[in-house]
Design a protein around this ligand. Structure first.
Ligand SMILES: Cc1cc2nc3c(=O)[nH]c(=O)nc-3n(C[C@H](O)[C@H](O)[C@H](O)COP(=O)(O)OP(=O)(O)OC[C@H]3O[C@@H](n4cnc5c(N)ncnc54)[C@H](O)[C@@H]3O)c2cc1C
Length: 287
């Protein structure tokens, strides 16, 4: 059978890349740690044009820009773990890196690939959700370069599906610099301690004040068709003194807010118990 890929493009700029994507029937290749296993498993069919975006320098690097940290979409997990801006301001993202795959995969896996793969268990997504990240998308629909920003919480449509339009390239993730002091934690539970996809993951963030959290954000992974913000749990935490009774009550609310499924990584019952217990542990840390 003829291989579907008939052309291989290696653009050097976003402008060049989106011009190729505008032609349609394309597949974007970043580092291929999702794309290649998925294609070998028959879950992805390549378009006629394979577009390797790895040589686009403007999609690399981490910098402060207008009060936010801009991470180029080609930032790898290793890149952000070693970056001072990230280590100083976004500790929950560093915790994600600590629990992400193996060093070989961390050296290759990009944040753009993690977002566009749209897995309910994608780990960077949980940290980006609690930091209220926006993503930047570029395209060239009418021969003119266009860029738009979308809140990450509104970007996912289902497992492996996003609200990106045809021909759009994810170019960066923008994270507002959190106020100081700030509490943010990420916790992932898998069956093995390393190299495992999350059975559940939880992120909690907020501004600490007299044993309370304000401006609370809670994100949950692998408990719904997409990574989610847990609005009821956020409201239950907001401004409430975090004593033992409150923590138990909030953990029950978190468990009642979700309807996970059984799959090969965990049963629904186990996921509910994990969310309850891990939420208690994280709020005890916060208090
Ligand atoms: C052994 C192993 C362990 C893993 N462990 C983890 C883990 O612990 N946690 C976790 O979250 N993930 C894990 N993964 C999944 C994977 O490594 C990540 O999702 C990774 O971030 C994907 O990035 P990539 O650069 O390899 O993307 P690719 O595989 O190149 O691309 C993924 C998808 O996104 C699209 N795409 C990529 N970049 C862009 C862009 N800029 N714009 C538009 N579309 C784009 C591609 O077309 C493709 O559909 C693991 C994978 C393996 C093989």
């Amino acid at each position: 059978m003829e291989h579907p890929v008939q052309r291989y493009e290696v653009p050097r700029s976003v402008d060049e890349a989106v011009a190729v994507l505008a032609g349609g029937n394309t597949t974007v290749l970043a580092s291929g740690t999702d794309l290649m296993p998925q294609s070998q498993a028959g879950r992805v069919t390549f378009g006629h044009v394979l577009v390797n975006i790895n040589r686009i320098d403007e999609m690399k690097g981490i910098a402060l820009e207008d009060g936010a940290i801009r991470l180029g979409a080609l930032t790898t997990v290793t890149d952000f773990m070693n970056d001072d801006l990230i280590r100083n301001h976004l500790p929950a993202l560093v915790e994600v890196g600590d629990h992400f795959a193996s060093s070989q995969i961390r050296n290759a896996a990009t944040i753009g690939g993690n977002v566009m793969n749209a897995s309910p268990a994608g780990d960077t997504l949980i940290a980006f959700l609690i930091y209220d990240a926006e993503i930047e998308l570029a395209s060239k629909p009418d021969g003119k370069l266009e860029s738009r920003r979308v809140a990450l919480k509104d970007f996912f449509a289902g497992p492996g599906r996003t609200h990106a339009k045809a021909g759009e390239l994810l170019t960066a993730v923008h994270v507002p610099v959190p106020p100081e002091p700030h509490f943010a934690r990420f916790y992932k539970f898998g069956v093995r301690p390393a190299l495992d996809i999350s059975a559940i993951s939880i992120g909690v963030a907020g501004v600490p004040e007299n044993n309370r959290l304000r401006d609370v954000r809670v994100a949950l992974g692998a408990v719904a068709p997409t990574p989610i913000r847990a609005a009821k749990t956020e409201r239950a935490i907001e401004g409430r003194p975090l004593d033992e009774a409150a923590i138990e009550d909030i953990a029950n609310i978190a468990r009642d807010e979700i309807s996970p499924i059984d799959d090969i990584r965990a049963t629904a019952w186990y996921r509910l118990e994990l969310v309850h217990n891990v939420m208690k542990r994280m709020l005890s840390d916060a208090s």
